[in-house]
Write a protein that binds this ligand. Structure first.
Ligand code: CAA
Length: 247
């Protein structure tokens, strides 16, 4: 297998960690990008080392900041070489019913979950096209497809992620660069565990498989999309939601 350089945003969260680990297990060199306010970096690195992952390059920055994205990718390229695989995974929630949602909760979610794709993808997509190979994997959500009460901001951003992926896929289709969206359902991470227990219970009861998704199941989807064998898949929306919703 050709070793590629994979850049993962939101790398130290529940989903990001699993994505980094699965890409590393598949033989890729992984750059783990994390928010500078994440204060558990050392602990995370210790956990990774204990789990046998000694080779992650870490870069810090806020994906909603253009300047931070320029800096992070420059650091990644200096340390690991050109980025072949970009996983736009960083995301936040500010769940509130629309009637109570304030403008700052709207802006923060759109900036981190959607504008970040402009900021990050711009750093790598043209260079991927010039080299004739690239994989852009955008983490959307089942809630970008079905719409979730309490998440007008998040559902809008995640639906935007799908539209972005399809449009860029069309632009890069002849250049050896694929662009796809992954739509996880409810995954067992801190973000989901923050939902009130009684609401989460109702959500799980509504999932035909009656369980949460394992983070590594999303990591596995990323490994596939990053592979040579996924070369004909572009503009696709890959659903991993236990049967919760299909469009
Ligand atoms: N559909 C319709 N109405 C609903 C509703 C639903 N699913 N849930 C609550 N409501 C209604 C209630 O009946 C209530 O109405 P009344 O006032 O008329 O009685 C009202 O909304 C409650 O509103 P509040 O603002 O007072 O509710 P709250 O502050 O207690 O909770 C909330 C609001 C935080 C948004 C909460 O409903 C919630 O956490 N919902 C889950 C949102 C969710 O699924 N988030 C996913 C997070 S994980 C993630 O995003 C990862 C991923 O990609 C899947």
């Amino acid at each position: 297998m050709t070793q590629r350089v994979a850049f993962v945003t939101g790398a130290m969260g529940g989903l990001g960690t699993a994505i980094c680990q699965e890409l590393a297990k598949a033989g890729h060199k992984v750059v783990a990008a994390y928010h500078p306010q994440f204060d558990n970096k050392e602990e995370w690195l210790k956990e990774m080392t204990a789990a046998g992952f000694n080779d992650f390059v870490c870069v810090a920055g806020d994906v909603s900041s253009w300047d931070d994205c320029v800096k992070m990718v420059a650091e990644a390229e200096a340390a690991a070489g050109p980025v072949d695989i970009l996983v736009n995974n960083a995301g936040i929630t500010r769940d509130r019913m629309f009637a109570k949602m304030e403008r700052d909760g709207w802006d923060a979610v759109i900036a981190t979950n959607l504008t970040s794709l402009f900021n990050m993808t711009k750093q790598v997509s043209t260079k991927m096209a010039e080299r004739g190979w690239g994989r852009i994997i955008n983490i959307s959500s089942v809630n970008g497809l079905k719409g979730q009460a309490g998440q007008t901001n998040y559902s809008a951003a995640k639906a935007g992620v799908i539209g972005f992926s399809k449009a860029l896929a069309a632009e890069l289709a002849t250049k050896g660069v694929t662009v796809n969206a992954v739509c996880p359902g409810y995954v067992a991470t801190k973000m989901v565990m923050a939902i009130k227990p009684e609401i989460l219970q109702t959500i799980i009861e509504g999932v035909p498989m009656k369980r949460l998704c394992k983070p590594e199941e999303i990591g596995g989807a990323c490994v596939y999309l990053a592979s040579e064998l996924a070369g004909f898949m572009t503009g696709a929306t890959m659903n991993l939601n236990g049967g919760l919703y299909y469009q």
